[in-house]
Design a protein around this ligand. Structure first.
Ligand code: MG
Length: 276
């Protein structure tokens, strides 16, 4: 067990669980064995947080957003490749991407756990998923990475998946048809490289890093690590010049630091009615 990875994931998810359990009374879905949203969940409150995973999987809007984002990423890659930074680089050019919920869609694991009333906040089913699971790709991902590969850009897959399971992760990436999915381009969590900042620096030692892709703020910059949700809002705004240019963020409705944030509600009584 990768203890630090486990503890970090647990902290995020545990706070998320508290918020979501409170909200779940307003919107609780179960899932039938056929996979369709159905009757009220038979699970205890903490497990109802999984409805987010179902939203992520079921939403065609989400798929459209992913396609839109990968298409935008390809446009940006073209612009950056034509820029002076790329044209005058003495180092090989590279891009760096997170895997889970950026390239890989793991919502089937979360949906299965929901069906079994098993909370994902412990992440104790994740190891089995890495070894034997069959994630799909986010919509448009295969197209984008084939495009980047055709531009002769080095692709680095940087993920907090377990290094012990790298053979299984490489098999997953290759089965899904992703290019350059070899061990030297797949940088997973190790004791020595326990942050993405460390692995990013190792790439930049020998490459000019053009773009980054992720679904969590810490995928892009180490300064987000340890910040509260409010502080992350401030930092994300300070770094606004990156978003949509060299940093491309993907939606993740299933989990994230945002889950611990309080909601700002309209301070007015509920008035029910329609135009007369
Ligand atoms: Mg991710």
């Amino acid at each position: 067990m990768n203890t630090k990875w486990f503890q970090r994931k647990s902290r995020v998810a545990a706070t998320s669980a508290l918020v979501t359990a409170a909200a779940a009374g307003a919107f609780v879905l179960g899932v039938s064995s056929s996979g369709s949203a159905a009757s009220a969940s038979p699970c205890s409150d903490p497990v109802t947080q999984y409805y987010r995973a179902l939203q992520y999987q079921q939403s065609a809007n989400n798929a459209a957003l992913q396609i839109q984002t990968w298409r935008r990423a390809a446009d940006q890659l073209d612009r950056i490749l034509a820029s002076k930074v790329a044209r005058t680089s003495h180092k090989p050019l590279a891009i760096m991407t997170d895997l889970d919920e950026t390239v890989l869609d793991n919502s089937a694991l979360l949906a299965r756990d929901l069906e079994q009333c098993h909370t994902y906040t412990s992440w104790d089913t994740w190891n089995d998923w890495e070894l034997h699971g069959n994630p799909t790709l986010t919509a448009g991902a295969r197209w984008f990475f084939a495009y980047a590969n055709s531009k002769h850009v080095a692709i680095y897959y940087v993920s907090d998946r377990y290094q012990q399971n790298i053979s299984a992760t490489l098999a997953t990436l290759n089965t899904l048809g992703l290019p350059q999915a070899v061990a030297s381009h797949t940088l997973l969590y190790t004791t020595d490289a326990n942050t993405k900042a460390v692995r990013r620096a190792s790439i930049e030692k020998n490459h000019t890093l053009l773009m980054q892709f992720g679904d969590q703020l810490v995928d892009f910059d180490g300064s987000f690590k340890g910040l509260t949700s409010d502080q992350q809002h401030v930092r994300a705004t300070q770094l606004a010049s990156h978003w949509g240019r060299d940093w491309i963020m993907f939606p993740n409705a299933a989990y994230g630091k945002w889950g611990s944030a309080t909601l700002n509600a309209w301070n007015a009584p509920v008035v029910v009615g329609y135009p007369q």
